[in-house]
Design a protein around this ligand. Structure first.
Ligand code: AP5
Ligand code: MG
Length: 223
């Protein structure tokens, strides 16, 4: 049994990666590393990385590889990630995948599982159009499919401030889907046909997707 565990959540915008990530990471005792969340944190703190990233995020474009890879490398070198990581939204390009493999190799690790969240474009657009995000902890809700228990209040951190993400608008969503098709889907070929890849039908309700993920990657004690 591997002593470390590195899992990738891979898939288009709005597929539900972030929704599943926290519980999945907790289940496996590894930190949730979302590059989108890291950029939004940098943006909130007005760091140089955040200010550069904003120009790309606001247009639905991918942030340049070098910036993303440096940010992830620093995160993976933290003690908290010594036992592994749940990478959400990284890698998204072939150079990012090469860089990740190099980072993990230097740490004596490898990608153990790629969970591909597969969903139709209409599902993605409907989910993004109804998404509400917590400005405190980043948790995602949906006006129809996953409303908060109390309107406007985050179930997870209790903050009163659910809002629409600045890149969740019709124009940017189109650009994000195009970027995904052009730059991210080619990555699938790298894992196709290997035991590492698990294709998850992410078009189903949240609880069903959660069950499919648990079956794909059983908790280590159960493995
Ligand atoms: P990022 O934050 O990663 O956004 P994304 O990949 O576009 O994905 P989303 O966060 O939109 O979707 P998700 O799959 O997490 O869905 P969620 O769980 O929220 O990236 C933002 C930007 O940062 C990028 O555009 C880029 O500019 C930059 N960036 C980030 N990483 C980068 C990288 N590696 N390289 C370069 N640039 C990078 O769910 C969506 C909605 O659906 C929610 O409302 C939720 O409640 C609902 N929902 C979830 N699951 C279900 C379900 N099963 N049934 C019904 N509703 C559901
Ligand atoms: Mg997300």
């Amino acid at each position: 049994m591997s002593r470390t565990l590195d899992i990738l959540l891979f898939g288009p915008p709005g597929a539900g990666k972030g929704t599943q990530a926290a519980a999945l990471a907790a289940r496996h005792g590894i930190p949730h590393v979302s590059t989108g969340d890291l950029f939004r944190k940098n943006l909130k703190e007005q760091t140089p990385v955040g200010l550069v990233a904003r120009g790309f995020m606001d247009r639905g474009l991918l942030v340049p590889d070098e910036i993303v890879c440096d940010m992830v490398r620093l995160r993976l070198e933290e003690d908290e990630a010594a036992a592994g990581s749940l990478l959400d939204g990284f890698p998204r390009t072939l150079p990012q995948a090469d860089a990740l493999e190099g980072m993990l190799r230097r740490l004596g690790r490898r990608i153990d599982h790629v969970l591909f969240f597969d969903a139709e474009d209409e599902v993605l657009v409907e989910r993004i159009a109804g998404r509400l995000s917590c400005s405190g902890c980043g948790a995602a809700f949906h006006r129809t499919f996953a409303p908060p228990r109390t309107q406007g209040v985050c179930d997870h951190c209790g903050r009163n401030g659910l809002s629409v993400r600045s890149d969740d608008n019709a124009e940017t969503v189109g650009a994000r889907l195009l970027e995904y098709r052009a730059k991210t889907t080619p990555l699938l070929a790298r894992w196709q046909g290997s035991d590492t890849l698990h294709v998850i039908n992410a078009g189903r309700p949240i609880a069903e997707v959660e069950r499919a993920l648990a079956l794909a990657v059983p908790a280590r004690a159960e493995a």
